[in-house]
Design a protein around this ligand. Structure first.
Ligand code: NAD
Length: 369
């Protein structure tokens, strides 16, 4: 039986609560003989600051670099609002992204039929939706230099952010998108602003070149980022994989997120470059939501985004497609049976807690396996 080494970083707030449910799922898959998971747990975020005075210890970083994959809960909360900027809880996540060189952020937006009425869009527009946003995560306007606010001679201030992309950065994110499309519905939409931005011109040129030379069988089209945002709420099912830069990806993935209902439902993956010898990518999987201090400690959090993130880990890091399908079907079955946490329950409807939702998913896994 294949064995994988997982580092669990539950973090703060509801992070540890939802991570507990993932452990149950991993334990079940082990018992069912689908794979063995060796897990280690460490601190990150506010919890790490309290213990070590920094948002992630060097020891935890070493473990993250050595692990086959990292599962990350959530960090932050009012308790750490006044800690020095460089030690704020989010610094732990940024360090992980930087040191593991996680340049590709994958955010699926899947609408489970049972939740089609929870979206702000009409059922027919989102029912059966299954799209993937691939966002470049380590370049672009969030990191480009110069990045500054300067005071001009007349006393006015001038702020500058710089959008920068190199061919190599665009090529590697394009390949991630095309590879994903090949195992999905074979279509990539590249979203940029080639009409008004030089970086958009290069983005379009490089993605087109990679598509034509390396993935001639994958359909490719280009949508200007603003039009893509509009199309995402008009007819999202036209898309399969959307690839975009850091800034547009930030916005488009949040739009796509809202198509599916609750923050508690959204998983994500961040991938690094494949290792030259093993082909294995460094990877971190996390729910899109934060630490939800308003409900932390009450057993109310929806664990589906965290469990779905583990499902992505099974698929993209471990190649355990059957186990990943099983986890996704178990989630769909539980939702179809009407089991809901408070965030996805109908107004006035019955809701279960975090543990009950986790148990229901493990119960569904047992029936399906
Ligand atoms: P949040 O995602 O924590 O919460 C937003 C709202 O969604 C809250 O009402 C919360 O109760 C609800 N919610 C979130 N996840 C849920 C779940 N699984 N089940 C049910 N309801 C859920 O965002 P926020 O309130 O803006 O931020 C809270 C803290 O989290 C802040 O300190 C912020 O910096 C941090 N944060 C961390 C991450 C991360 O760790 N990656 C991401 C976003 C925010």
């Amino acid at each position: 039986m294949a064995s994988f080494n997982l580092l669990l970083l539950p973090g703060d707030g509801i992070g540890p609560e939802v991570m507990t449910e993932v452990k149950k799922v991993a334990d079940f898959l082990g018992q069912a003989g689908l794979a063995r998971f060796e897990t280690e747990t460490d601190l990150v975020g506010g919890a790490a600051f309290d213990a070590h005075g920094k948002a992630i210890s060097e020891d935890a970083m070493k473990r993250a670099l050595a692990a086959d994959a990292v599962l990350f809960g959530a960090v932050g909360g009012p308790k750490w609002a006044k800690v020095p900027y460089e030690h704020r809880p989010e610094a732990g996540l940024l360090r992980l992204r930087k040191d593991l060189q996680l340049f590709a952020n994958l955010r699926p937006a899947v609408c489970y039929p049972a939740l089609a009425d929870s979206s702000s869009l009409k059922r027919e527009i989102i029912e059966g939706l299954d799209i993937m946003i691939v966002r470049e995560l380590t370049g672009g306007v969030y990191f480009g230099e110069p990045k500054e606010i300067v005071t001009l001679e007349n006393g006015e201030k001038r702020a500058v952010d710089t959008q920068v992309y190199t061919t190599h950065e665009i090529e590697r994110i394009a390949r991630v998108a095309f590879d994903l499309a090949k195992v999905r519905r074979n279509k990539v939409t590249s979203s940029e602003k080639h009409n008004v931005m030089r970086s958009g011109v290069l983005w379009k040129e490089v993605v087109s070149k990679i598509g034509a030379s390396e993935y001639p069988d994958v359909e490719l089209d280009h949508h200007l980022a603003d039009a893509c945002g509009m199309q995402l709420v008009r007819w999202p099912k036209q898309y399969d994989v959307i690839v975009c830069d850091n800034l547009f990806g930030d916005m488009l993935s949040d739009i796509a997120a809202m198509l599916t209902g609750s923050l508690g439902m959204l998983p994500s993956a961040s991938l690094g470059a494949p290792d030259e010898k093993t082909g294995q990518r460094k990877a971190l999987y996390e729910p899109v939501h934060g630490s939800a201090p308003d409900i932390a400690g009450q057993g109310l959090a929806n664990p589906i985004a965290m469990i779905g993130s583990f499902g992505m880990c099974l698929r993209y890091s471990f190649g355990l497609v059957q186990a990943a399908d099983l986890v996704e079907r178990a989630i769909a079955d539980v939702l179809a049976s009407g089991t809901r946490t408070r965030d996805i329950a109908d107004k006035g409807g019955n809701a279960v807690g975090t543990k009950e939702m986790g148990d229901a998913i493990v119960g569904a896994l047992k029936r399906l396996a």
